[in-house]
Design a protein around this ligand. Structure first.
Ligand code: SF4
Ligand code: SF4
Length: 456
């Protein structure tokens, strides 16, 4: 591919270790984003982000309109919540998300005239964004408007964006990396957004860069997305934004690996990109920033992929947050007979679920439906000490040791082996010839560590 011909960035375009699983993006990569209308009801958990839950601002039977704030993020690390529909609050309930968390939620019955979601999608995808408008806003105003719009990282981590773009005198940020890698197999929502809405991504990136007073902004894209690279390049022409085309490798889109690949810096173990002067945000988040700041439209909808061999018609969809997974699966023609596993997100880092009432949240990047053939793994056997898991781990951990510490419920040993540096990418499990569920064991080990810390 064309990637090393003219590198505009100091890194080598890749990182040590990692794996090359089949990308399987062919299911949905060619499908243009379709707009889904308001469903009969939406269910909106009060915690869809990292941090403190937001406080509900509405009561049962209260009428709300589309875009109205219904939950307020009062803590600094929190995010507000806005209704994606016009309707009536039915009740405050509790939902269980695919990661097993039980959360309070606001249920809204759709009623009355709705904002046309086609209009919203048109606003995001229009090409007539005036980049010069970015300087109409001071850095402080940009941060406040991002906060008021309830924007969180749409790549999956869901960290409140206003926190990320708030300048910190102790940790100065000089570079913003806008993450369009989408290294998770199957998922294509970021790819489609970059192809269909590059101007809003560029506008949002300029706004976030201004908020941070960043000297450099790179939009980072893996070299398996040539159309996205082309679209962002054209949209970013005559701006300060540079394009960093990086090698396709899993997990290229994780923050420490992308920092290494693009700016050749090592984020310390247990540290953050901010420790080396870097802020990172997803391309979808940047489009949301542009909508929130320039068009004063809070985050109520997002693009997701519905993909995999077990879905009848794989698609990319622009959906209201809070719609049920069941409804979007039905919209895509339902499940095939040989579908055996439904995952919120992609197969490497997502969580399997079975309750079709599970709502789409701000951090849901897709639904992957796998067939028996796609999930085929053999029976677990004993470790053969091949070391493949060690070679695969992008964090340079020793997954066998972490798994052993979890098996023996030994949290102090797990901590000594830096279990919390594992970000559960699944590379070790993927390569293990003994089919040992290393990530699951590591998750158990982390829970043991957390429990032991509480006791102290
Ligand atoms: S899941 Fe954790 S231990 Fe396994 S490869 Fe990824 S970072 Fe390393
Ligand atoms: S990859 Fe599996 S079999 Fe090989 S050393 Fe790691 S845990 Fe053992």
């Amino acid at each position: 591919m064309f990637f090393f011909r003219s590198r505009e960035f100091p890194g080598k375009g890749s990182f040590p270790h990692g794996i090359h699983p089949p990308s399987n993006k062919f299911y949905s990569a060619g499908a243009e984003v379709e707009v889904v209308s308001a469903p009969k009801k939406v269910v909106l958990p009060l915690l869809q982000h990292i941090g403190s839950p937001c406080e509900p601002l509405v009561k049962p039977k209260q009428v709300v309109s589309c875009g109205e704030m219904i939950g307020e993020g009062q803590a600094f690390i929190s995010a507000s919540l806005h209704s994606p529909v016009t309707g009536k609050v039915k009740k405050l309930s509790v939902v269980t998300l695919p990661n097993g968390r039980h959360l309070p939620a606001i249920e809204i019955q759709t009623d009355g005239e709705q904002i046309d979601p086609d209009y919203l999608w048109k606003e995001i995808t229009e090409t007539d964004w005036h980049f010069s408008a970015v300087t109409d806003y001071s850095p402080d105003e940009i941060v406040k408007m991002i906060h008021a719009s309830g924007i969180v990282g749409l790549g999956g981590a869901a960290f409140p964006t206003h926190v990320k773009v708030t300048p910190n005198a102790k940790r100065l940020i000089d570079t913003l990396l806008v993450n369009g890698c989408e290294c998770e197999p199957y998922l294509t929502c970021d790819d489609r957004l970059m192809r269909e809405a590059p101007h809003s991504i560029v506008t949002g990136s300029l706004l976030a860069g201004r908020a941070l007073s960043a000297k450099e902004i790179f939009v980072c894209i893996e070299d398996n997305k040539p159309e996205a690279i082309d679209a962002i390049k054209k949209a970013a022409k005559n701006t300060v934004i540079k394009i960093a085309v990086v090698k396709t490798k899993y997990p290229q889109g994780s923050e420490k690996q992308l920092v290494k690949a693009v700016v050749d810096l090592d984020v310390p173990l247990g540290g953050l990109p901010a420790d080396v002067g870097i802020a990172m945000s997803n391309v979808g988040t940047m489009a949301a920033v542009a909508m929130g700041v320039i068009k004063k439209m809070p985050l109520t909808h997002r693009v997701i992929s519905v993909t995999g061999g077990g879905i009848v018609n794989p698609k990319n969809l622009f959906v209201p947050i809070g719609i049920s997974m069941g409804e979007i699966i039905d919209y895509c023609g339902g499940l095939k007979k040989d579908a055996v596993r439904i995952i919120a997100g992609g197969p490497m880092m997502g969580f399997a679920f079975s309750d079709m009432n599970t709502p789409v949240t701000k951090g849901t990047s897709g639904v992957t439906v796998l067939t028996h053939e796609e999930t085929l793994t053999g029976e677990e056997t004993s470790c053969v000490r091949c070391g493949r898991c060690v070679d695969a781990c992008p964090m340079k951990l020793v997954p066998t040791r972490l798994a052993m510490a979890a098996r023996y419920n030994n949290p102090s040993l797990a901590r000594r082996y830096h279990i919390n540096a594992c970000f559960e990418c699944g590379s070790c499990t993927y390569v293990c010839p003994a089919n040992i569920k290393l990530v699951q064991l590591i998750r158990t080990g982390k829970a043991q560590v957390a429990a032991s810390m509480k006791k102290q």
